[in-house]
Design a protein around this ligand. Structure first.
Ligand SMILES: [Zn+2]
Length: 436
């Protein structure tokens, strides 16, 4: 796969990096990670690691348009992809977590597992469900007339806290309100699903016969009405509605647009926020979503990678700009890496110091003074030839261009483009100077 790709992409021509990234993440990585959970321990072996490095190095270099001499450490950081051995362990941990294995970062919290096909209801017990949309107050009044009980549900995440609520109405007033809480690692989606599930339970418990359930979460309604969606809360909701039907009760689901001023919806919204912020009671639902586990595993991976990156002897040119792999991971994808920019971030390019190292030039001196080595740091921060442009940029950035400020300039959204413009100008000048 790599050889095919290499023929279609060079450092300065051919396939765009974003296309290569898609091919890498959608085809190459999954191929390598196939059944990784079974052989993950092998990825710690030196021989296996070397093979993985060879594969990944090529792709990483193509992704960031780097010279082939650039180290794997640099190329990975600039390409914004994690080392394969770490990805393999990541895939294995995730597989374990999904199977309910203990997670050191989670303590005794239990992970939300999707219902397996074996637990699915018998086909004869399947109920087909659907939901209708309601656009405004008038439509609501027309459609809701037939229901003895209208139940509005909502979920909310506010200041990192999660809550859900039900508000039950007869034709004019609220008859009952119910607040539910979830721990902060839960998602709004879970809160919305929990509210729907509790609404169905209310319908099952009550004496009335007709129920309309109104939610403003299209995602939750879609999950509940999709008979093959394995989310445990959706499975439970469907089963509850089925039992309602056995008691000759009718339960209808509706989607309403949020914040259209529908009284019941506004009330449920307010209750859900209160539940999130004020409630001190034990959570009504506390299974940890797999997305949370994924994030935790990713953070652990980034930590591991950062240690490797910092300890590595290579990538000194890249560390000048990105001393920390974790913060770099969030930045590099936002920088449109060009052929020139990668030369700046790696030090591998048309600079005398590099050209001499690889025997393309006899003298590593800068044009300003014999004996002063022409490195990226020198031309950007010290060289008298570029002093004027440097001075102007410093004025514009209101910051002096020093080695300690480089990482800061890369992190800052506002200063970064100005600084990169300056770098590109200087470096293009030096590269063409060295071509003569
Ligand atoms: Zn110089």
């Amino acid at each position: 796969m790599y050889k095919q790709l290499a023929r279609a992409a060079g450092a300065s021509w051919g396939l765009q990096p974003e296309i290569i990234r898609t091919i890498y993440t959608a085809a190459v990585e999954p191929t390598i990670l196939y059944a990784a959970s079974a052989w993950a321990p092998a990825a710690n072996k030196l021989g296996v690691q070397k093979q993985l490095n060879v594969v990944q190095r090529g792709f990483a270099q193509k992704l960031c348009k780097a010279y082939r001499t650039v180290s794997l450490n640099s190329a990975l950081l600039l390409a914004g992809i994690l080392p394969l051995d770490i990805r393999i362990r990541e895939a294995a941990s995730l597989y374990e977590a999904k199977g309910g294995g203990p997670q050191p970062t989670l303590g005794d919290r239990e992970i939300e597992r999707m219902a397996s096909a074996l637990e699915a209801p018998h086909p004869a017990k399947l109920v087909t469900l659907q939901y209708d949309s309601i656009a405004d107050d008038e439509e609501y009044r027309n459609r809701s007339e037939e229901f003895a009980v209208r139940i509005f549900t909502d979920g909310s995440k506010i200041q990192g806290k999660v809550g859900a609520a039900l508000s039950l109405w007869d034709s004019t007033t609220e008859t009952k309100a119910l607040k539910l809480t979830l721990p902060s690692y839960c998602t709004v989606y879970q809160a919305e699903l929990l509210a729907l599930q509790k609404a169905a339970t209310e319908a099952l418990k009550r004496r009335e016969n007709t129920f309309g359930i109104f939610s403003d979460s299209m995602a939750a309604l879609q999950t509940v009405t999709n008979v093959s969606a394995p989310h445990p809360l959706a499975v439970e909701t469907r089963d509850t509605i089925r039992r309602c039907k056995l008691q000759n009760k009718s339960v209808s689901l509706f989607w309403i647009k949020a914040h259209t001023g529908l009284e019941g919806n506004e009330r449920a919204d307010q209750l859900a926020k209160e539940a999130a912020l004020k409630s001190k009671k034990k959570p009504d639902y506390d299974l940890c979503p797999i997305s949370f586990v994924k994030r935790q595993i990713r953070m652990r991976s980034l930590d591991e990678w950062n240690g490797k990156y910092k300890a590595g002897e290579t990538a000194s040119g890249t560390k000048l700009f990105f001393p920390d792999a974790i913060s770099a991971y969030g930045i590099v994808r936002k920088i449109d890496l060009t052929y020139i920019r990668t030369q700046i971030f790696t030090g591998h390019g048309g600079f005398s110091s590099y050209l001499t190292r690889f025997k393309c030039k006899e003298n590593s001196s800068c044009a300003c003074e014999p004996g002063v080595e022409e490195t990226v740091a020198h031309i950007l921060l010290e060289c008298p030839i570029t002093e004027r442009a440097r001075f102007e940029t410093e004025q514009e950035l209101t910051m002096s261009l020093t080695a300690t400020n480089l990482p800061f300039l890369m992190r800052d959204k506002k200063d970064r483009p100005k600084f990169l413009d300056y770098c590109e100008k200087i470096v293009s000048l030096v590269i063409s100077r060295n071509k003569l």
